[in-house]
Design a binder for this molecule. Structure first.
Ligand SMILES: [Zn+2]
Length: 143
């Protein structure tokens, strides 16, 4: 994941956490391979209007046209996954999060990034046969 993308997500999540709200957005990038192993590269974080509470978040109904326009205007623009915050309750996938992942992000390269902006934690997850698992990541300063 590019440092710039992570910084964008963290800034969004921190400002919403100060209002007591969760926040979310999409992770854009591409699928690459290294030594025959596939990995997802996240180049950007984009978001649009959120409907949020302290423990839930989703995109507003009118958010999708803005998101689609933004996705079409950048490269690389594969939707690699999504990111959302768990302000002060730690990084994991709730049953709702697992349903979201299964419904919209079920490709092998799809990830879910959960950040707790209050505790300063972040974790990446992927679906597996038993539900989900945490996966490793690296933050890239320049690519
Ligand atoms: Zn969640």
């Amino acid at each position: 994941m590019a440092q710039t993308a992570l910084d964008k997500a963290k800034a969004h999540f921190s400002s919403e956490a100060k209002k007591g709200l969760e926040a979310m957005g999409l992770l854009l990038g591409e699928v690459n391979s290294f030594n025959g192993k596939e990995y997802s590269f996240i180049a950007d974080y984009i978001t649009s209007k959120n409907d949020a509470t302290s423990v839930t978040v989703r995109f507003s109904e009118n958010a999708f046209s803005n998101l689609a326009a933004e996705i079409n205007s950048v490269k690389p623009n594969l939707v690699v996954g999504w990111a959302h915050s768990h302000p002060n309750y730690g990084c994991f996938l709730s049953s709702t999060d697992v349903s979201t992942q299964k419904k919209y992000f079920s490709q092998g390269y799809n990830v879910a990034l959960v950040i707790d902006p209050v505790r300063g934690e972040k974790k990446f997850f992927k679906l597996n046969a038993n539900g989900y698992q945490e996966v490793g990541f690296a933050i890239v300063r320049k690519c």
